[in-house]
Design a protein around this ligand. Structure first.
Ligand code: AP5
Length: 215
C-alpha cells in the first residue's frame, strides 16, 4: 500500500498516519519529522530547513525532493509507505511521480483530510509532540498516559516552535496557496479519498478505514 496524506497543517495527518503505519505495517515518511530530526542533530540540512520552518514557509523543493529520493529506496519501503507532509507543491508531486515511475510503484490513494482553518488553530495550540519519534498529542483530544511523556518511547514531550499562533496563520496561508492545488492534481489521477477531518480522532480514523475498505 502506498498512500499520501494531504491536508492543512494540524488537520490530523500525523495522527492518522500513526494508525495507518500499524494497520499496514509500513513506514511513514514525514518530511516534517525528518527535518526536525536534522535540526535536533544540528546537521547542515537541519540548519537550512530551520530558517524556513520557523517562519512558517516551505523548505525549497530541491532539498525536500533529494531527501525523499534517498528515503524511498531504503529497504523498509519495499512493501509500501505512507507520505505525511509530502508532496506539498506541484513540482514535488511531479518529482514524486517520476521517482515512483522509475521504481514501478504507483500511489494507491491520496487521503485528503479536510478541517476548517478555525479548528486548526485550536488543535495546534493544544499540541505537544515527541522530539524522538514524532508522535503527536493534544491536551484535550489525545492525552498521553503518563503526563508529559510519549506513550510510544517515553521521551519528554515538547511544543513545536512553529505552533505559535502567528506562524500557524502563515502556514495556513502557505497551505492554501501552494499545497491545496494538489487536491485537483491527484483528483485528475482519480486517487483522492476525501475525508471529513472534523470529529474525534477515532471518528476520523473510522472514516479513513471505511474509505480504504478496511473493517
Ligand atoms: P509538518 O511537520 O509536515 O507539519 P504540517 O503539515 O504543518 O502538519 P502538522 O504536523 O503540523 O499537522 P498534522 O496534520 O500532522 O496534525 P497532527 O496529527 O499533528 O511540516 C512542518 C514544516 O516543515 C513546514 O511548515 C515546512 O516548513 C517544512 N516541510 C515539511 N515537509 C515539507 C515539504 N514537503 N516541502 C516543504 N517544506 C516542508 O494533529 C494536530 C493536533 O491536533 C495534535 O495535537 C493532535 O493530537 C490533534 N488532533 C489530531 N486529530 C484530531 C481530531 N480528529 N480531533 C481533535 N484533535 C485532533
Amino acid at each position: 500500500m502506498r498512500l499520501i496524506l494531504l491536508g492543512a497543517p494540524g488537520a490530523g495527518k500525523g495522527t492518522q498516519a500513526e494508525m495507518l503505519t500499524k494497520l499496514y505495517d509500513i513506514p511513514c515518511i514525514s518530511t516534517g519529522n525528518i527535518f526536525r530530526e536534522h535540526i535536533s542533530n544540528n546537521t547542515e540540512l537541519g540548519q537550512k530547513a530551520k530558517a524556513y520552518m520557523d517562519e512558517g514557509k516551505l523548505v525549497p523543493d530541491s532539498l525536500v525532493i533529494e531527501l525523499v529520493k534517498s528515503r524511498i529506496t531504503q529497504d523498509d519501503c519495499k512493501n509500501g509507505m505512507i507520505f505525511d507532509g509530502f508532496p506539498r507543491t506541484i513540482p514535488q508531486a511531479e518529482a514524486l511521480d517520476v521517482m515512483l515511475k522509475e521504481l514501478s510503484i504507483p500511489i494507491d490513494f491520496v487521503i485528503n483530510v479536510d478541517v476548517p482553518d478555525e479548528l486548526i488553530v485550536d488543535r495546534m495550540s493544544g499540541r505537544t509532540v515527541c522530539p524522538s519519534c514524532g508522535a503527536s498529542y493534544h491536551k484535550v483530544n489525545k492525552v498521553e498516559t503518563v503526563a508529559g511523556k510519549c506513550d510510544l518511547c517515553g521521551e519528554t514531550l515538547i511544543q513545536r516552535d512553529d505552533d505559535r499562533a502567528e506562524t500557524v496563520k502563515k502556514r495556513l496561508d502557505v497551505y492554501h496557496e501552494q499545497t491545496e492545488p494538489l487536491i485537483a492534481y491527484y483528483k485528475a489521477q482519480g486517487k483522492v479519498l476525501d475525508i471529513d477531518g472534523v470529529g474525534t480522532v477515532e471518528e476520523v480514523r473510522d472514516r479513513v478505514k471505511k474509505a480504504l475498505g478496511v473493517k
